[in-house]
Design a protein around this ligand. Sequence first.
Ligand SMILES: Cc1cc2nc3c(=O)[nH]c(=O)nc-3n(C[C@H](O)[C@H](O)[C@H](O)COP(=O)(O)OP(=O)(O)OC[C@H]3O[C@@H](n4cnc5c(N)ncnc54)[C@H](O)[C@@H]3O)c2cc1C
Length: 347
Amino acid sequence: MEQQQTDPDRVRDVIVVGAGPAGLAAAIAARRARLDCEVFERAALVNSILKFPTNMVFFTTPELLEIGDLPFVTPYAKPTRDEALRYYRRTVDAFDLTVRLGYEVSSIARQPGPDAAAVLAVDVDHPHEGSFRRLARTVVVAVGAYDCPNRLGIPGEDLPHVSHYYTEAHPWYRKRVVVVGGKNSAVEAALELYRSGVEVTLVHRHAELGEGIKYWVRPDIENRIAEGSIPARFETRVVEIRPREVVVESAAGRDVLPADAVLLLTGYHPDTAMLRRFGIDVDADTMVPAHDPETYETNVPNLFLAGQVISGIHSGRIFIENGRFHGQRVIAEIARRLAPAGDAVPA
Ligand SMILES: Cc1cc2nc3c(=O)[nH]c(=O)nc-3n(C[C@H](O)[C@H](O)[C@H](O)COP(=O)(O)OP(=O)(O)OC[C@H]3O[C@@H](n4cnc5c(N)ncnc54)[C@H](O)[C@@H]3O)c2cc1C
């Protein structure tokens, strides 16, 4: 593989895969530990937040989104997506992190290093610069779980008017949209669409909305459903999507809902194929990657995890609030391993 870097032979202390909040928190911890660290991000900085609904407001207060103890200053109790994007850009600048944007890590494998110890060979692809290999003593995989939506596996799911992501309502003004799901993403999309002059129908497979609906959103959606301004089909499944309609099924039988667009907001899961390509074992049922719960080291020695990727199918269990602390713990362990015998581990 072509060696395409300024210093190809240098073995990095740490490579971080993914520049989401968890990956950035790990990179800050590495910088504080004076480790040679480089972050590879395949898309934009904090790309998951970038893909969130344009007008999204976090359920978390700003201080719980902070990384590296850099204050998240906002006049609001709950920050907006735009403020979060600005905050994480500012964080990269403030800590002068080495973040390579647009570089996708395609594989990771152990190989003999320049000294006796094994190193991790990290293969990186860039659309214009081609492919190259970096060597690192340790790698932190912080790839999140937002790029793999939970697919329904039904006919029509890949039609052009179907999406697993919601951005904004305006394109659907005076049109009919079917929103599938019963958690925050689905409920908030349905409310915003309704308030933007869209004819919305909510379809949910369970009898009730999810327990974790934001406390200030719940009365709003429940009242809109009760008054009929957002018709809701509970205990109903979508079985087929056609270009202008959706076929749903419930105990009462099959029905057809007209739809100019369909939003399948049914959650996300880690990219298990990618994790396996990195050599990481993944539980077939839970999609949880194999790891030590104390150090977050995977079954591959010196290959660690951080952030939402750890949570498997239960992607709501790890979010920014708690995933931001993984990096500190991982880097403390890495610094301990890399410190020359007898040296104090940097704080
Ligand atoms: C609508 C919505 C609202 C939310 N609101 C909140 C909230 O209020 N509070 C909260 O705490 N959490 C919230 N969350 C959850 C939170 O966004 C995630 O938990 C968080 O983004 C996870 O951070 P992460 O760094 O682990 O992963 P991510 O933020 O997903 O970052 C992973 C990064 O890795 C990159 N990547 C993936 N594969 C590769 C590869 N092979 N090579 C290079 N880069 C790669 C991705 O492009 C991405 O940028 C919300 C989630 C959603 C969907």
